[in-house]
Design a protein around this ligand. Sequence first.
Ligand code: HPA
Ligand code: ZN
Length: 350
Amino acid sequence: MNTYDGAAEPADLAPLPNESDGQAAPPVMPLAELHLHIEGTLEPGLIFALAERNGIELPYADLDELRARYEFTDLQSFLDLYYANMAVLRTEADFADMTRAYLRRAAAAGVRHAEIMLDPQAHLSRGVSLETCVNGVASVLASSQDEFGISTLLVAAFLRDLSEESALEVLEALLAMNAPIAGIGLDSAEVGNPPAKFERLFARAGEAGLRKIAHAGEEGPPSYIIEALDVLGVERVDHGIRCMEDPELVERLVADRVPLTVCPLSNVRLRAVDKLADHPLPAMLAAGLNVCVNSDDPAYFGGYVDDNFAQLESVLGLSEFDRVRLAANSISSSFASDERKAELLAELSG
Ligand code: HPA
Ligand code: ZN
């Protein structure tokens, strides 16, 4: 049922699911989700529940009024709502509840390993401490394998529309508190904030032994992907779909098997592509790129990773062969241990 009154749906997408009926078809291939912003899993129902718990007045009268805002024209129009809704996250328990809700839903989608981005600067700027946001998420991740069968890693993502100085300060604070982060990422408003702006940040992360990823080529040009690889030394590129405009870059990405964490429903909702039928994923697979499918901000973009697969199948006729290839790519492109990867790949092929 589409409860998003008044929000026009891109032509070939199913209605945005209501979170209460969002459990998609029966499980499912084991896979890894490598591109997921934990704040983007904050469902409308939880936004209202946390607002009530924390005595926060929302600028929406009810769920329907909030849901009517979930119509985006570009990345920035989404980011405005995404950051505004974070106002309800005040305590460790809030971050923990949000994380638990994601893991429960992800487990139903077949996710067996998840690499989860957190935007610490988006909380610090609201007066929420690093300890509160990091510990709230990490406390749940610590038992995710036992509770949900999902191994997890935490990635601190930095907001590229803020200064490198701010990012460096926050990275040092994370290191000083021994935050359980496996890596760093780069997200938020891409165009005008090229990867090279964060050269020192990524060098420092490398010194600290952290893994490196960055959003590039979502709205930004192919040259941002090249910069992320050459200047930041990233091991994986989030989105990367605009690589298809540069055949030489595609050749390089194929030769080096650079993982691209593609998010099809996100790309449609944020109008990076007009409709799912136009999504470059089939061409990317055909080119031999190391792509996988992810949900990005599932509470905002109409579905979790299984919903992404279901719509790819129905609109693009994704084959079983490609589904398995995408799942295998997700596992092999993860930062999980070799042992965990082997276990999940065996499960996938078994
Ligand atoms: N792109 C850039 N920044 C983001 C996104 C995204 O899709 N989601 C959350 N922050
Ligand atoms: Zn993203």
